[in-house]
Design a protein around this ligand. Structure first.
Ligand code: NAD
Length: 231
């Protein structure tokens, strides 16, 4: 069977969970990666049965994730994370939460080339509620870092772990190509970068690793992230 890693699952209300569930229904084994600030809540909800309804598969059994890893996709290596964050409550006990750390853990758990599918279903724009024109440089760069560069880094670190013919997919939004008020903070810019990077990464990683890179432009959906901005 195929193994997938879905990055950006922290509840049962977003695209990541739905994609993971569809992959499991199709016969894949799925690991997920969760942002450390949301990890404990997610694990608790799962443990206490609060997600059992959404976990229900067509055959009546409940889906299980093979592994749930911590991931903060704004850090390529643990050394890149500020000491203060590494020692903070939600981060100090989870181990190496960087992209390189996640790749190392997946490799340690499953061996040399364990992945067929990698899904990038994460984004963050701290100033998303601000119009682009009012967005600070730091807010803009943070949106691009979390929402676009994270894919570049993930392809770099996970390319070597993927079987030939494997597939990477991310999620984008139409605000990259048309002006959509409310999708601010540099998130429109981040999605434009993500889409352009998808074409270049498909060229580069296609040649280097024999894998495909695609992005799906999803319609508006009231996930936790989207509800925060009233999409
Ligand atoms: P969501 O809140 O379910 O998923 C976003 C996830 O990103 C969350 O689990 C969050 O914890 C995680 N995250 C944030 N910062 C992170 C970081 N630094 N490292 C690791 N994880 C981090 O919301 P969603 O709407 O399902 O979003 C999934 C993807 O779909 C995103 O790329 C989003 O931009 C895209 N998308 C959403 C919509 C929509 O209307 N909901 C439309 C088009 C595209």
């Amino acid at each position: 069977g195929k193994r997938a890693l879905v990055a950006g699952v922290a509840d049962d209300g977003g695209f990541g969970f739905a994609i993971a569930k569809a992959l499991i229904e199709a016969g894949a084994t799925v690991c997920v990666a969760t942002w450390p600030p949301a990890l404990n809540i997610f694990l608790n909800l799962l443990e206490r049965g609060k997600m059992d309804e959404s976990r229900k598969l067509k055959d009546g059994t409940l889906l299980n994730f093979e592994k749930i890893y911590p991931l903060d996709a704004v850090f390529d290596t643990l050394e890149d994370a500020p000491q203060e964050l590494r020692e903070s409550k939600r981060y100090k006990d989870v181990g190496d939460f960087s992209i390189a750390g996640l790749a190392a853990r997946v490799q340690a758990d499953f061996g040399a080339q364990p992945l067929d599918i990698l899904v990038h279903s994460l984004a963050n724009g701290p100033e998303v509620k601000k119009p682009l024109m009012e967005t600070s440089r730091a807010g803009y760069l943070a949106a691009v870092s979390a929402s676009a560069y994270s894919l570049v880094s993930m392809v770099r670190h996970f390319g070597p772990l993927m079987r030939r013919g494997g597939s990477v997919a991310s999620l984008t939004y139409m605000a990259s190509e048309r002006a959509i008020p409310g999708y601010g903070g540099g998130m429109s810019s981040a999605k434009a970068a993500l889409e352009s990077d998808t074409r270049v990464l498909a060229f580069e990683a296609g040649r280097k690793y024999g894998i495909r890179i695609n992005t799906v432009s999803a319609g508006p959906y009231a996930s936790r992230a989207a509800s925060a901005i009233g999409i």
